[in-house]
Design a protein around this ligand. Sequence first.
Ligand SMILES: N[C@@H](CCC(=O)NCCCC(=O)O)C(=O)O
Length: 249
Amino acid sequence: MQPVVAVVADIREFENYSWHCVPDQYMTAAFNVSGVLPLLVPAFGDAIDFDALLARVDGVMLSGSKSNVHPSNFGVEAHEKYEPYDPDRDATSLPLIRAAIEKGVPLFAICRGLQELNVALGGTLATEIQEADGMLDHRAPSSPDQAKRFALAHSVKTKPGSCIEKIIGEDVRVNSLHRQAIDNIAPRLQVEASADDGTVEAVSVIDAKGYAVGVQWHPEYWAKTDDTSRRLFEAFGDAVRDYASQKMK
Ligand SMILES: N[C@@H](CCC(=O)NCCCC(=O)O)C(=O)O
């Protein structure tokens, strides 16, 4: 069985075209490590019949992106410090997240995806977090070498007994490529892991009907070689297969 997972596309502009796209690293990690077929969902927003989409897939994965959730989605005025935006992705991810959680469709949210999960459920985001006193700089190192940008950068403590701790253990090292983070956590989310400076690094949905986990780091980049990264994608694949097999009963 090769279950299918919906992956929401970014809108990118290059070569005089608008593109619906997702970086290969997310697609490859889902395909090779989770053992699922990632299917790109165009960022068509509420023109999409989300119930029909979710009836046809076995999971949802939300990738990272250099773009940020538009602050109007969490009651904050737009400002250049929150840019760049991708409103089409927002308009697709946010309702899809709510529908997937309502239906218990397995959900794995990565970086921007975790931020979307928080906003979709009523939370808010802080921006330029590195500028606040006592905060680590969670941005990627400046380098043309992706392996250096996605290098493991800081430690993360998981909450004992949490979903994430059962998957990856207590203290792990993760990469870090973000300048936004959860500010007010959504009522239905619980913190599952934090950085030493208090940045929320992993969450899960309280009383979720199905697997619903988000991480602020990028396990997809080292999914084949890093134990923590691999475990996260394997756990997502297992949840998707369980869901798919239940659907067939
Ligand atoms: N834009 C948000 C979300 C961070 C994120 O998804 N980063 C992935 C980008 C990878 C890269 O820089 O190549 C934020 O900055 O917090």
